[in-house]
Design a binder for this molecule. Structure first.
Ligand SMILES: [Mg+2]
Length: 298
């Protein structure tokens, strides 16, 4: 694997019998965090972890890719192609969008087709998705929708509680940085993150969540254990774990905002090595008390 590539999903073995609930909550403890010092830096993924503005994006990406594969004159039926596409799109979720398009190019080639450039497919997707979410962005802009309605439940109180504990907050997203910044503004989260908002850039090899984490640790001369990570995808969980941080997997139900964990995400986050699993932030007080107490108990 070349050095710049974002890592693929690597499953961690977890004994399901060892996973328990924090009493009286829906918070699942996979590994009891232990640290000499409480975390004072927290990294957030954006889409699905805080923002729901892009909720429904797979239903834009998957049909677009299926159309491209149908054009290769493959013998596979549309439902078969849909299954193939859903699988690899899901596997790559959390990495920059371009990686899903690189994979599409490989799938076209494999079927004897002549693929376009990954960037071409990415642009087609971004254009369709932008049309899909334009109404949400406009409604936020005009105040017809409250930011809370397009966020994972209790995101705001969680961010406030972290800030009250003196935690510096960072965002790292696989979505294009200009869009992330705009959506941070629309959700009125800019105050929490200031300039610490990172997203995909045209030169995709120069960005990864891993690189952002490396920068944070270097800049503040931190040990990884002082880093707390929140994410609904495998990339940020794996990256935070690999430097020795504590990873909170957010198995958010983006469509229903039901307060119940999304089963697919939960399994995936467990497999990615999350220390704690939550459906959203409605029990953020119990969550933070638990993490900060883990620091106090030797
Ligand atoms: Mg996400």
């Amino acid at each position: 694997m070349t050095e710049f590539m974002e890592a693929d999903f690597v499953e961690v073995t977890v004994d399901p019998a060892g996973v328990r609930h924090l009493p009286g909550t829906s918070i699942e403890i996979v590994r009891h965090p232990k640290f000499a010092r409480a975390p004072d830096h927290a990294l957030f993924d954006f889409d699905g972890t805080l923002s729901l503005i892009r909720e429904g994006w797979p239903d834009i990406m998957v049909p677009l890719m299926v159309d491209v594969l149908v054009d290769t004159q493959t013998d596979e039926s549309v439902p078969q192609l849909e299954q193939v596409v859903r699988q690899f799109v899901a596997e790559l979720t959390g990495k920059q969008t371009i990686y899903q398009m690189i994979r599409l190019v490989e799938e076209v080639t494999r079927r004897g087709g002549r693929p376009r450039d990954p960037q071409h497919y990415k642009q087609a997707y971004v254009d369709r998705l932008s049309a899909h979410i334009a109404a949400r962005r406009t409604a936020l802009e005009r105040g017809q929708l409250a930011p809370e309605e397009l966020m994972v439940p209790d995101s705001l109180p969680l961010l406030q509680a972290l800030r009250d504990r003196g935690v510096q907050l960072y965002l790292a997203s696989g979505t294009d940085e200009a869009d992330v910044r705009e959506e941070v503004r629309l959700l009125q989260l800019a105050d929490f993150f200031g300039p610490r908002v990172h997203g995909a850039i045209a030169d995709y090899k120069s960005f990864s969540k891993e690189k952002v984490i490396g920068q944070i640790l270097r800049e503040h001369q931190l040990q990884g254990e002082r880093l707390l990570g929140f994410g609904d995808g495998f990339v940020e969980i794996q990256n935070v774990k690999s430097v020795g941080g504590t990873a909170v997997g957010v198995a958010s139900d983006e469509q229903g905002r039901s307060g119940k964990a999304d089963a697919w995400k939960r399994d995936r986050l467990l497999g990615a090595g999350a220390d704690l699993l939550i459906p959203d932030y409605q029990e953020h007080q119990a969550l933070l008390d638990f993490i900060w107490n883990a620091h106090a108990t030797p």
